[in-house]
Design a protein around this ligand. Structure first.
Ligand code: 6PG
Length: 479
């Protein structure tokens, strides 16, 4: 058989993706640098569909029908570059290389250019949903040319998750657009997880509830407007008990969060684009703080002064509901910031990204899948929203109703010494955005005083500088 598509790299993600392709009637050529992996896949799963195993690059490419399309599932970075080179050297004009890893979008822009110079198509493709998603239906974010999308579309639609009858895949835009959107997906994922962790902390240390009681709270929240994959799995994790000690899993796990870099890229990119993604950056920094083990140990040892991490005299049921509302409001801010970054990236890099379509393909398969994405896609699709999601009538109403709780939770947490940087920064962003005047006029004055950096004035055209050192402090118009 001539296979329709090839998968290069049969780690867990690659192997699962190859099986998913085969399950949906696609014939799949499979290749791995160490052939034992390929043999293992065929032994364990060969009967699930049509696989064509290959042990050399020549056999692998010879097994593919034209244009030969290969999805690379190897580690982002140098390994990906090496595999692209290996394939590109052996491929012919018109062939398509798809990078399904978590690559940095600027690498994708560069690789696409290089491949194009060789007459090849290069598609940077974000895939979300972890191992389970790769096997049973991920959310897929391909970039690259329209021509390669035409080839990939039926194949990707066959394996993507389905949300409300629609496959969770769309052509995001040219070159690095797919990886850019996947990167921001991960940034939002970090924020979502941080906000959930803060909610847990408020109930655990603040209210003294047990992990299993809090698991029940999350299960309850999952039935309402917060319904989402991350809320659902939070319940599971909180119910988990350590087999060795019988203690809650969350009490025996080291509280230093790992990260592989996509959240950091989201924030670095946002800084370059001058887009304030404060809810996302706080969540990256919160992981960073958790990993500062030496400083944290010393802080404990010298007993840095502060309140005892509890919230006093609150009715538990009332407080749980207030936290739920604060979580939802903060989450809306985090998503609004993430979508702002996508819009700014599209502008900067010349991509035509349909934000409503992005929200639609995130409704299923991916880690941040949530009922709430329906409301985001509505806001964009209806054309109601072009600036910030926060201005959309549906979210305005939600935040309007939630904000008293949001503010109350933040006050109580602050008084009790429980750090909730995600909640706090989200509210600060919201209040900053709605402030008629900001104290940044003062900053402009300071800048002009010490460095003659100039300023503009309300309702007066032109750029000004004050001669601060002179006694009469004359104001000069500069242009
Ligand atoms: C996904 C995830 C995935 C990522 C994990 C881990 O969409 O399936 O985003 O791509 O590997 O989220 O990321 P960190 O190790 O950085 O937390």
């Amino acid at each position: 058989v001539q296979a329709q598509i090839g998968v290069y790299g049969l780690g867990v993600m690659g192997g699962n993706l190859a099986r998913n392709l085969a399950h949906h009637g696609n014939s799949v050529a499979v290749f791995n640098r160490t052939p034992t992996r390929t043999r293992h896949l065929i032994t364990a799963h060969g009967s699930e569909g049509t696989f064509v195993p290959a042990e050399t690059i020549e056999d692998f490419l010879a097994a593919l029908k034209r244009p030969r399309t290969v999805i690379i599932m190897v580690k982002a970075g140098a390994a990906t570059d090496a595999v692209i080179k290996e394939l590109a050297d052996a491929m012919e004009p018109g062939d398509i290389i798809v990078d399904g890893g978590n690559s940095y979008f600027k690498d994708t822009i560069r690789r696409e250019k290089e491949a194009r110079a060789q007459g090849l198509h290069f598609v940077g493709m974000g895939i979300s949903g972890g191992e389970e998603g790769a096997l049973n239906g991920p959310s897929i974010m391909p970039g690259g040319t329209e021509d390669s999308w035409k080839v990939l579309e039926p194949i990707l639609k066959s394996i993507a998750a389905v949300a409300e009858g629609e496959p969770c895949v769309t052509h995001i835009g040219e070159n690095g657009a797919g990886h850019f959107v996947k990167m921001v997906h991960n940034g939002i994922e970090y924020a979502d997880m941080q906000l959930i962790a803060e909610s847990y902390d408020l109930l655990r240390r603040g209210m003294g509830m047990t992990p299993s009681q809090i698991a029940d709270v999350f299960a309850q929240w999952n039935l309402g407007e917060l319904n989402s994959y991350l809320i659902e799995i939070t319940s599971d994790v909180l119910r988990q008990v350590d087999a060795r000690t019988g203690l809650p899993f969350v009490d025996v796990v080291l509280d230093e969060a790992g990260m592989k870099g996509t959240g950091t890229w989201t924030v670095q990119t946002a800084l370059d684009l001058a887009i304030p993604v404060t809810s996302i950056s706080e969540s990256v920094f919160a992981r960073g703080l958790s990993g500062q083990s030496a400083q944290r140990a010393e802080a404990r040892k010298i007993n840095l002064p502060g309140p005892d991490f509890s919230i006093a005299q609150q009715n538990e049921g009332t407080f749980v509901e207030e936290v739920r509302k604060a979580l939802y409001a903060s989450k809306i801010v985090a998503y609004a910031q993430g979508f702002d970054e996508i819009a700014a990236g599209a502008q900067q890099y010349g991509w035509n990204i349909d934000l409503g379509a992005v929200a639609r393909i995130w409704r299923g398969g991916c880690i941040i899948r949530a009922e709430f994405l329906d409301r985001i896609s509505d806001a964009y699709a209806s054309g109601r929203q072009t600036t910030s999601l926060l201005f959309d009538s549906s979210f305005r109403t939600v935040i309007g109703k939630a904000q008293d709780s949001w503010r109350a939770v933040i006050s109580l947490a602050t008084q009790g010494g429980i750090p909730i940087p995600g909640f706090t920064s989200s509210l600060a962003y919201y209040d900053g955005l709605r402030s008629p005047r900001l104290p940044t006029s003062l900053i402009q004055g300071q800048r002009d005083l010490f460095g003659a950096h100039t300023y503009r004035k309300v309702g007066v055209p032109g750029v000004f500088h004050t001669l601060w050192a002179d006694t009469d402090r004359q104001e000069i118009q500069q242009n």
